[in-house]
Design a protein around this ligand. Structure first.
Ligand code: SAH
Ligand code: DHB
Ligand code: MG
Length: 221
């Protein structure tokens, strides 16, 4: 696989279209220093999330899987002052790194970071009767994707976008012989979305610095 070529083109795109102020170099450096896995979305993908959120005027965003807050910060920039990103992270060490990154980028006031297993904490969020979300970004443990999608749908307004990362996994999603947890999680998600009349959806494959993968994007009717 021409990974080097995909990375070279991602670097080109970022150099051309993502300014130094936007690029969060300090966030990525802090994540590396703290030995977080380098599984954040790529810079062009982060900016895509921001653009999609801005395009629908999202003010309230639900994120599952914070890691070091790289995607969180892209999303927090889109919601503007008074907007909110509620983000869930299982690992308290990841969450500490994220908190510092989010503070450095000046968006702490827009981010509600909750630490613990998302499937245990989503019912709590639901019980708070939150204002509906405009966008959800699902990017945590892949076997739970269908369950996360169900929550995102329940907590979203009509017209909301639900975006799920890592649904292609080097093509294993479409390889029936693959029993990889990520592939099984992705397939369960596709089946759940296909059966769900309340959304219209597609998925797009991506190549780039993060390999061959893809996003599922659903719009709540
Ligand atoms: N969205 C981030 C990357 C997230 S990586 C970005 O693009 O910058 C996936 C994260 O999900 C990891 O930090 C992992 O600890 C977290 N995670 C895994 N299982 C989880 C669970 N059950 N609940 C909440 N977070 C979980
Ligand atoms: C993994 C998780 C991600 O969210 C990602 O974008 C890439 C890889 C993983 O768990 O391997
Ligand atoms: Mg991901």
């Amino acid at each position: 696989m021409p990974q080097q070529d995909w990375t070279r083109v991602d670097d080109y795109i970022a150099a051309a279209l993502i300014s130094k102020d936007e690029s969060q170099q300090a966030t990525l450096a802090a994540n590396a220093r703290e030995n977080l896995p380098a599984i954040d979305v790529s810079p062009p993908q982060g900016k895509l999330l921001q653009l999609l959120a801005s395009a629908i005027g999202a003010r309230r965003i639900l994120e599952i899987g914070t890691l070091g807050g790289y995607s969180t910060i892209w999303l927090a920039r889109a919601v503007g002052d008074g907007g909110r990103v509620v983000t869930f992270e299982l690992d308290s060490r990841h969450a500490e790194v994220a908190k510092a990154n989010i503070a450095r980028e000046g968006v702490s006031g827009r981010v509600d970071l909750r630490v613990g297993p998302a499937l245990e904490m989503l019912p709590l969020l639901e019980s708070e009767g939150p204002e509906p979300f405009d966008l959800a970004f699902i990017d945590a443990d892949k076997p739970s994707n269908a369950a996360y999608f169900a929550y995102a749908l329940k907590l979203s307004r009509p017209g909301a976008l639900i975006i799920v990362d890592n649904v292609v996994r080097e093509g294993t999603v479409a390889d029936p012989s693959s029993a990889d947890g990520g592939a099984l999680g992705a397939r369960a998600l596709f089946e759940a979305v296909a059966a769900e009349k309340r959304v219209e959806a597609t998925a797009v494959q991506t190549v780039g610095a993060k390999g061959w993968d893809g996003f599922l994007i659903a719009r709540v009717k």
